[in-house]
Design a protein around this ligand. Sequence first.
Ligand SMILES: [Zn+2]
Length: 295
Amino acid sequence: MSESPRDSRYHRLDDATFILPQTAPRKGRKAPPPPLGVRVQSADIEAEVRHPGFHHDGRRTSGAWVVERHDFGVCPICLSTKDLTEEHVPMRALGGRAMTRTCKECNNRLGSLSEAALSALVAGEVVVEAESDALDGFRGVRKATAALRQAPFSPPTMHVTSGDPELLTTIAAGEPLSVRYRLLDPVPSGIAILKYAYLAACVWLREIPYSQEAKSIRAVLMAVRDGQELSEDVRKDVVGLVNSMVLVENPSYDLGPIVLVEPTSTDAGWAFVLGQRLRCPWPFTGLQPTDRRDP
Ligand SMILES: [Zn+2]
């Protein structure tokens, strides 16, 4: 993959297979979304969750702890006691259930700024731009939205969900295309992951932690909620968090929305598995301390 000279946020895709929806969407109707894809395979979590000795009759299971709901009487993010509302951890669209309560602001505003991005990330969505001689007569590039999938040792596939009709026809006809794709900005989805993993940790601990790291996480979440710009360092940390997340393929047991997974011989770290889909290493060690104090 080489960077486009025009825009370094784009990647050229030299060896991808396009997959179109089986039936063309009717005019004015959105195509049904593809089933959630797998961005990163995780053999480890599969092995842990499918452990034959697994049983489900208590908080402790083989290799994992099932985390139960807990209320704090304050919002674990901003520590306010006002307007507490049911918070789904992770968000409902990712299999979350009401696991604690947060204040209205932290629930709704932070959610609206980050949840759609996390859904798109989990679906592997990318913005595709394509050019083809078959499309000549029209200037410029054609756009589509696609879900990028890649299994280990295989070329990537792009599952097109919507886009320019002529581009879709050209893809269906198998015409040669020059394709580039742009990954979505990982920061908003990283903020959603940070929020849910932090809330998962609070619920698991049954108390709100006051370590420097926890204070930093709260400060970052409140800054995003209040529309403040994040520093380059914090953005980098958040992107690192997204890169350390693993999507779990085909979870076979319903253990609830929050599971704490113990280190195994093949995987040294603890992790939360959220909604049976997102495996987030815990604790986060990367986040920079900030000077902002809890109110
Ligand atoms: Zn709050």
